[in-house]
Design a binder for this molecule. Structure first.
Ligand code: GDP
Ligand code: MG
Length: 305
């Protein structure tokens, strides 16, 4: 993950070459007319920015154009980019420093198929290359294939996986994973969970249990919600349910490479007010980038300010 901008650029290639390319081109003309704003709004909505967020952006940019007497297309485009970056800059909730003897426990939640297991593998690899001692817990015990998938990734990355039989109690898996992590001197634990949200109650209870176990080990808990960028506004409403049920500390937006509607990033930040921590840019182990608002906006417009 050395070059955030380059990775982000790869990840948003389809958006840049599609709708955002058109948005950028709107401002190549020298005069901004009323119809330009209408076209902009239409393109933003097509790009999954969402109606409310699109209106908010337009209002802010139009106000800046009026107040600052911006006339040239390039100036207006820059104002739009700045307002987008501002919208994406959601402050992190302080998770607190990991105590000297403590661990960091990262829980991955989200709907099935969004990319939880793959994202765990990517981040485990990243943490490992930064010298962290990582242990994975296979608490998605619902399907045997899910446990196997995590084990396969674990051996590819070179980190151990604690797993029980299919159908086992996820809480027990978490307990064993943390016990093993403590006795082996691990500092980071990543927990894979089943993508179900049958009742918010179940999930909340499960998370509470995990938190309790984690507390025993002075562990700092992070809950990362994985959202599939290709599911657009639908994915956003699923995400809202998860965010209501649990205290989500950050978002991993997977499969950004698979959509031309990268505007979903703006909708997520604006509507959920939860920071995006990482973006998934492909299926391979290195296809993940930390999310940086300015890099994202520059990459999706295809130019730095
Ligand atoms: P889970 O059910 O949430 O654990 O989802 P998985 O990790 O099993 O991923 C589901 C599918 O999405 C797999 O085929 C992954 O290879 C694919 N996938 C995950 N992340 C990305 C990504 O960032 N880009 C692309 N193109 N595919 C991804
Ligand atoms: Mg999975």
């Amino acid at each position: 993950m050395s070059n955030v901008f380059k990775l982000t650029e790869q990840g948003v290639k389809r958006s840049r070459e599609g709708l955002f390319g058109k948005i950028a081109a709107l401002f190549n003309r020298s005069n901004i007319e009323d119809s330009t704003w209408d076209e902009l709004e239409e393109l933003l909505i097509l790009a999954d920015v969402g109606m409310l967020t699109a209106e908010k952006l337009l209002d802010r940019v139009r106000k800046r154009v009026k107040d600052g007497k911006l006339e040239q297309g390039g100036q207006v485009r820059n104002a739009l980019k700045e307002e987008m970056a501002r919208l994406l800059d959601i402050p992190s909730k302080p998770a607190g420093a990991v105590p000297a003897n403590g661990m960091k426990v990262i829980l991955f939640v989200g709907v099935n198929g969004t990319g939880k297991t793959t994202s765990i593998a990517k981040l485990a690899s990243e943490y490992k290359s930064n010298g962290k001692k990582v242990l994975l817990g296979a608490a998605d015990t619902f399907r045997a294939a899910a446990i196997d998938q995590l084990k396969v990734w674990g051996s590819r990355v070179g980190v151990d996986v604690v797993a029980h039989q299919p159908g086992a109690d996820p809480g027990a898996v978490v307990f064993d994973t943390l016990e093993a992590a403590r006795s082996r001197g691990m500092d980071t634990v990543m927990i894979d969970t089943a993508g179900r949200l049958q009742t918010k109650h179940n999930l909340m209870d499960e998370l509470k249990k995990i938190k309790k176990v984690a507390g025993k080990y002075e562990a700092v808990q992070e809950v990362l919600l994985v959202i599939d960028a290709t599911t657009g506004q639908n994915g956003l409403s699923q995400a809202r349910s998860f965010a209501e049920a649990t205290e989500v500390t950050g978002i991993v937006l997977s499969k950004l490479d698979g959509t031309a509607k990268g505007g979903i990033v703006l909708a997520i930040c604006d509507e959920l007010q939860i920071p995006i921590k990482y973006i998934g840019t492909g299926e391979k182990m290195d296809d993940i980038a930390p999310f940086d608002p300015k890099s994202f906006v520059d990459a999706i417009f295809g130019e730095a300010v």
